[in-house]
Design a protein around this ligand. Sequence first.
Ligand code: MRU
Length: 351
Amino acid sequence: MSAGERVETLRWLAGHGELEMIDQRVLPARFDRIRYRCAAEVAEGIRTMVVRGAPAIGCAAAYGVALEALRLAHRPAAQFHAGLAEAHALLAGSRPTAVNLGWALERMQAHALALGAAPPTSVAAALLAEAHAILAEDIAANRAMGVHGAALLPDGARVLTHCNAGALATAGHGTALGVLRSAVAAGKRISVLADETRPFLQGARLTVWELLEEGIPVTLITDNMSGHLMQRGEVDAVIVGADRIAANGDVANKIGTYMVAVLARRHGIPFYVAAPLSTIDLRIADGSGIPIEERHADEVRGFGAARWAPADVPVRNPAFDVTPADLVTALVTERGVVRDPCRATIAALMA
Ligand code: MRU
């Protein structure tokens, strides 16, 4: 097990029949875990960002369905299936941008449907097994991405990342941070520049915590410093994760990613996106069709209990932006590296 897998963003407590998740709202000040017993609780955990990051919320949603199925397993079949449909709708509405959430829910639904008229207790057991499979496959995908992506980074590379696409954002190892972890494991000397990632501070709180825990050299910068450092030749590559990739290769990721991609192009720096196939949404033709979550204004007016803006100032708080495919040097997936992603190369990857 790699250090990135030991983080255990989500874990199943078999003895209790409960899901436990690291509370990512309070890291790094505290390391707390919260237990979940039903779909409504998991949906609230996703909505309030106890768990965040596209693959991690997909896994959480899968366990949310499994928990609900176990809770209702002794009800009559009609009630059981109605309860599962309600759980599905509740979880699907918890956050809109990361497609991994809907992907995992559809997979759970298809699994239940395939079992036909099996008794609810058997369906519940099968849904729990499916949630375990989604979690295990995510770790395997991240490790494969790590191997493919590490080959793109030269020894000594100074790599900038935005947000947290690490173990905390996945079932383990991470996507963008997984590539960095794998490069380090392969003996490359890698140093990381972590964007703080306003307003929720995933970079300052989570990416920095993960990398420090593991002894990978990391330097924290505020989001408005990356252009300056690129201009001075202090960045060799950028790597980020993704929440949804459209059929033409446009990438939705944490707000601010687009700015970084434009700057990277201006300075001739490769801009890599690491994401599993479950993040690719062929049903959306291009980035303009990706739903962008708007979060509460207070996230911009301050952080936690601290407030630095007038309480009544109007605020915009889009949580994601879209980087056009032509700014992406390569997409790193578990199936390999796609250079210059576009409609044709993405279609070939998914075929
Ligand atoms: O709002 P968040 O923290 O859920 O946003 C997370 C990101 O934007 C990540 O970069 C993305 O989900 C990829 S995680 C492997």
